[in-house]
Write a protein that binds this ligand. Structure first.
Ligand code: SDX
Length: 433
């Protein structure tokens, strides 16, 4: 018998099993709690609750560790590409040269989107946020592409996953071009995944886009760093919606919608907007740090703090280094990078941030990198979504293959009215609620 915990309720003792993870982390298994004791747990925001057992990513929030399928993010950032990392997350191991070549070919073969989807773009309300368009477009894919039936063969599943991975990037670039009233640029087999995206975003009939290998490397790094992150809000949305056995596209569309929120993936756009306000108000971050500490002020220091990391987000550290390197190499002096560094320095010396263990997260420097590559501000969260897609897909696949998988249906504690009778409308008096 493994480790257990004792729970004493009304004089009765219950033994709850303790599950021990690969890295020694321990979880109280409460899967029989309600059946055995009639009790449920209460954990608003699920900060203390494991929703599943997973083998995809591992995070240690206290030590600032992140690994994909056991490989430290620092090593993937240095040696891998986004396509290789996507393969690793979805299939569980790094691909051989042949497997990588086959996977890249499959991505290339599925990079075009159905021409009928262009009409969808054309009739979307002008000025819609790109995340709004992307979530709708991905959902609409179910109307054009088959879902993965339960008894699908591996190659059918792989093809569907590669189709989504490749088409999301094409749709993102297309939505931007159309929003700018520009001619759509199609993907080309001549370019890698990342270079294709940049070309689809920036190539024009009058000035062919020159692929800059530094920008391609920076984009690969950006997407590797965003590829997966345990059971974050948007991944949990994908798993929860997927648990109803709805098609993959609908589950991924739910993840895109969750990521759009400013407390989650939308933070990368909010961080740069915050830097711009600091820049326009003279560049002194101190007043903004003061506001972030003021409980009466709803202002948050965007890009700071994390639900799990109570240490520097390892991805933020790598992103900051890449910003320094890229801007130096391109001889670009971005005042917002100086503001970011000054803000970080002021905050990390302040007891409020130290005591609350608030450090820069992945979003704090990521926007500076995207600006340098030339990505427009309102596309920042779309960039996060493209990066996170392999993670959503691998987590969706893992939950679908889980023999213990079931419909997600959390419980609640009820605090509403006592039982009361219906009152006919002519007998109701204002205020007697
Ligand atoms: C992402 O989960 C993931 O893995 C997400 C992500 C991923 O890869 O999927 O990493 C991507 O979403 C990163 C986070 C991006 N969001 C932001 O940068 C927005 C700003 N950050 C905050 O909204 C906040 O830090 C959260 C939402 C990220 C975390 O909130 P928590 O869990 O409440 O943080 P906490 O418990 O550590 O906060 C301790 C205190 C609280 O005050 P009290 O209620 O105790 O009085 O610090 C406060 C918080 O209100 N606080 C902040 C703050 N973050 C936390 N105060 C000012 N500015 C902040 N940024």
């Amino acid at each position: 018998m493994g480790k257990t915990a004792k729970l004493i309720v009304d004089g009765r003792t219950y033994e709850l099993p303790i599950v021990v993870g690969r890295e020694g982390e321990m979880a109280l298994d409460i899967s029989r709690l309600h059946k055995d004791t009639g009790l449920i747990t209460l954990d608003p925001g699920y900060g203390n609750t494991g929703s599943c057992e997973s083998s995809i990513s591992y995070m240690n929030g206290d030590e600032g560790i992140l690994r994909y399928r056991g490989i430290p993010i620092e090593q993937l950032a240095e040696h891998s590409t986004f396509v290789e990392t996507a393969y690793l997350l979805i299939n569980g191991d790094l691909p051989t040269a042949e497997e990588l070549n086959e996977f890249s070919l499959m991505l290339n073969n599925h990079s075009l989107i159905h021409e009928e989807m262009r009409n969808f773009f054309e009739h979307f309300p002008r000025g819609a946020h790109p995340m709004n368009i992307l979530a709708s477009m991905v959902n609409a894919m179910r109307a054009l592409y088959p879902e993965i039936p339960e008894e699908s063969e591996k190659e059918d599943i792989d093809k569907t996953l590669a189709r989504l991975l490749s088409k999301l990037r094409t749709m993102a670039a297309m939505s931007y071009r159309i929003s700018q009233g520009q001619k759509v640029v199609y993907p080309s087999y001549l370019f890698s995944y990342c270079a294709n995206f940049l070309n689809m975003m920036f190539d024009t009939p009058v000035r062919p886009y020159m692929i800059d290998e530094d920008f391609v490397r920076a984009l690969n790094l950006f997407w590797v760093l965003h590829a997966d992150h345990e059971q974050n809000c948007s991944t949990s949305a994908v798993r929860l919606v997927g648990s109803a056995q709805v098609n993959l596209y609908a589950a991924i569309s739910a993840g895109i919608s969750a990521l759009w929120g400013p407390l989650h993936g939308g933070a990368n756009q909010a961080v740069v907007e915050m830097f711009q306000v600091i820049h326009e108000s003279g560049g002194d971050p101190a007043p903004f740090v003061a506001r972030a500490k003021d409980k009466k002020d709803p202002f948050l220091l965007m890009g700071f703090g994390h639900s799990v990391y109570k240490n520097y987000d390892p991805r933020g550290r790598i992103m900051k280094k890449m910003c320094d390197k890229l801007l130096q190499k391109k001889n670009i002096n971005d005042p917002l990078l100086d503001i970011a560094k000054k803000l970080e320095e002021v905050a990390l010396k302040d007891s409020f941030f130290i005591d609350n263990r608030l450090y820069p997260n992945v979003d704090f420097y990521s926007g500076i990198l995207l600006r340098t590559i030339g990505i427009p501000l309102n596309m920042f969260t779309v960039m996060f979504a493209i990066g996170r897609l392999p993670g959503w897909i691998s987590q969706w696949k893992e939950s679908r293959e889980d023999p213990k998988g079931k419909l997600h249906r959390p419980r609640q504690v009820y605090l509403g009215h006592d039982k009361r009778d219906y009152v006919p409308v002519n007998e109701r008096k204002k205020g007697n609620k």
